[in-house]
Design a protein around this ligand. Structure first.
Ligand SMILES: [Zn+2]
Length: 328
């Protein structure tokens, strides 16, 4: 059936009609807001490379979550910046470290009103800024697994609802699952950063999390951007190891990977719209080169359209506000 019998413009006549045939919709129910907590005296500190995003003290964090929960955003992804960093990232496994403390405080105040997903990695805790133990200038995969598993256990014991390993070590989902099961915790899901690329788009985040590597780069463990089939292998491996939710990171430059993953796997799929994606839109809008709201909504719906169930985004609060005004 072609023109003139079929005229696609008929269904674009007005907003009601367009709404009626709209294939994809955004909802706050699927958003996760990333937050940074740091042991410090100030309540919050602005992150210059991410206007509108802050590092919070444990007390300041509770106020922020009050706002997040008030916007009906169901979950936060929590990153911790410890007081002290060392070679082995020892504060990452501390039961009274920055994350366990923050999780306990959040759960005490908010209970089930907010889901707390904790990032599990070593880079915020190591003095060299790599995502694992460094031996002879290299990140030692299998030694790192033990630390990641202990770190995840510390988060779960403090009350974390989901743990999310972001380190890209081989075998870490199994190591974490086994550790949790060993301690009788069969019910905390693991959301794995299954296909995490060595992307330029993380740079603003490294200011936020104070986690830039002090030597070399992360290309020895994060994925090579030109590869797509490899992402499917990574995801398959993590599912086999027990991941409950899989993630593709970043989002906007990797929508093809998301779409392929959606086709191939039927477990929940998350996408992390990273700091560089935020900063690009934010700064272009501040300059007046893009309409902020339209850019945020179009970018975010594209991630949904590509197949993501869950979207981790620094725009979650903006989207939450628009949803409240019924103007998504
Ligand atoms: Zn890391």
């Amino acid at each position: 059936m072609g023109f003139p019998v079929y005229r696609p413009r008929r269904l674009r006549k007005n907003e009601k009609l367009r709404g009626l045939v709209r294939e994809t919709e955004l909802s706050v129910n699927h958003l996760v807001y990333p937050v940074f907590v740091k042991e410090m005296s100030e309540e919050k500190i602005a992150i210059p490379s991410m206007p509108g995003v802050y590092q919070f003290s444990p007390e300041g964090l509770l106020k922020e979550i009050d706002e997040v929960a008030g916007l009906s955003i169901p979950a936060i992804l929590l990153f911790g910046i410890p007081e002290k960093k060392d070679e082995t990232g020892s504060s990452a496994v501390d039961k009274n470290g920055i994350i366990p403390q923050a999780v306990r405080a959040i759960k005490k105040r908010f209970g089930d009103d907010i889901l707390v997903i904790t990032d599990v990695c070593m880079c915020e805790y190591t003095s060299h800024g790599h995502c694992g133990l460094v031996k002879d200038g290299n990140v030692d995969n299998d030694e790192t697994l033990k630390l990641l598993a202990r770190s995840a256990l510390a988060h779960v014991m403090a009350g974390a609802d989901i743990v999310a390993p972001s380190d890209m070590m081989d075998g870490r989902v199994r190591a974490i699952r086994e550790m949790l099961d060993l301690h009788g915790d069969y019910n905390t899901p693991v959301m794995s950063y299954a296909a995490k690329y060595a992307s330029c788009l993380y740079n603003p985040f490294r200011d936020a999390a104070e986690s830039a590597p002090q030597f070399g780069d992360r290309k020895g463990y994060q994925m090579d951007p030109p590869n797509e089939r490899e992402a499917l292998r990574e995801i398959a491996l993590d599912i086999e190891e027990g991941a409950d939710i899989i993630m593709v990171k970043p989002a906007l430059f990797y929508l093809d990977v998301l779409a392929r993953a959606r086709e191939k796997f039927d477990i929940p799929l998350a996408a992390y719209s990273v700091s560089g994606e935020y900063t690009m839109i934010k700064l272009a809008a501040e300059k007046g080169y893009l309409d902020f709201k339209r850019a945020v909504l179009e970018g975010t719906i594209s991630i949904k359209r590509a197949g993501a169930d869950i979207i981790i985004t620094y725009f979650a609060k903006d989207i939450g506000k628009w949803a409240k005004e019924n103007s998504l």
